[in-house]
Design a protein around this ligand. Structure first.
Ligand SMILES: [Ca+2]
Ligand SMILES: [Ca+2]
Ligand SMILES: [Ca+2]
Length: 327
């Protein structure tokens, strides 16, 4: 399978991508039915205690929190105060805060230098606004956005230090998992160095992924090339970029291991899927290549420099994962 894109706009590349995906997806699904019936494609998932909606996970906090505490609480949970970019998303959040007993719900919108912006990303385009009538009213020093129950949950500018009756909504992206018999894979669609990717997976209760069979390659294909994943905002980029796996020869040049705590295994003793003439340890300016990536499409491996930055694949046991299905 060849995955390539013309340098076009994101939208065009995305539709091109979907057409190209159709054929291989049919193929992958057929294989899955014939030979690896133990495999399955799970829905998008969110951590326990989070709610899933349209590629995002939402968390509603405690009542009685001011804006900056709400912001910090979301960051502590590896998320951000929600950015509400459509009527649909607004209505969803409204539906999950109805019964919290809160009067208002902080989300990510705040007044910065005279403009209303999303606090975690000022570039986030304000394509959707849902202010109540006569809002935002900043005359009393209000500078933070909240869904406000007495106004039918429309948005109100509230004083940021208000905590009475206020809860908050955090948001983070949901990810698709696919599981083989041994383990489940989770693709992270942001870039990190090998060491930081390894730490990220560990922080999720797993590790960078090792691939130990054809069956696991099939599960990874499902994870990376799911048509649903590709319709998420960044999916089109991920399907054509290298992905870190847990392989490394940092300990002894040329001796490759799955570098996983408690499961360290010499790769040459088991399943292996290197590209032709790799690993070659041939970094620029004579630098070592000691960390392994997998290339979507061929699903083969290469060694690259560990401080490169790319997407990565974690493996997690099923106990770590809690499915939240699209309702
Ligand atoms: Ca959002
Ligand atoms: Ca090396
Ligand atoms: Ca190489």
């Amino acid at each position: 399978m060849k995955v390539s894109f013309d340098a076009k706009t994101k939208t065009e590349a995305f539709s091109l991508n979907q057409k190209k995906m159709l054929q291989p997806l049919v193929f992958v699904v057929a294989i899955a039915f014939v030979t690896v019936t133990a495999d399955r494609i799970d829905e998008f998932m969110c951590p326990k205690g989070w709610r899933y909606f349209k590629y995002s996970c939402y968390y509603i906090g405690d009542v009685g929190v001011d804006f900056s505490d709400a912001e910090m609480s979301c960051i502590d949970l590896d998320s951000e105060l929600a950015a509400i970019s459509s009527k649909e998303e607004h209505n969803y959040i409204k539906s999950i805060v109805q019964d919290t007993g809160a009067k208002g719900v902080w989300f990510g919108l705040a007044l910065k230098y005279g403009d209303w912006e999303y606090v975690h990303d000022w570039r986030f385009p304000l394509t959707f606004l849902n202010w109540a009538k006569n809002e935002p009213d900043t005359s009393s020093g209000a500078g933070c956005g909240a869904l406000y129950k007495p106004l039918g949950w429309a948005w109100k500018a509230e004083r940021c230090g208000t905590s009475t009756g206020m809860t908050y909504v955090c948001e983070k992206r949901a990810f698709l998992h696919a599981c083989a018999s041994r383990t489940c894979f989770k693709l992270l669609d942001y870039r990190k160095s090998y060491a930081n990717a390894k730490a990220d997976c560990k922080g999720r209760g797993g590790s960078l992924a090792s691939i130990r069979s054809e069956e696991e390659i099939n599960a990874v294909k499902d994870t990376v090339f799911s048509s649903r994943f590709l319709s998420s905002p960044d999916g089109w980029k991920v399907g054509r970029s290298d992905i870190w796996l847990a392989g490394s020869d940092s300990g002894s040049e040329g001796v490759w291991y799955w570098d996983i705590e408690g499961q360290r295994q010499k790769i040459s003793d088991g399943f292996s899927n290197w590209m032709d003439n790799e690993p070659n340890n041939a970094g620029p300016s004579g630098r070592d290549e000691n960390c392994m990536i997998m290339r979507p499409g061929s699903w083969e491996w290469n060694d690259i420099m560990c401080d490169s930055s790319t997407y990565f694949l974690c493996e997690l046991s099923e106990q770590v994962l809690i499915a939240i299905t699209d309702s």
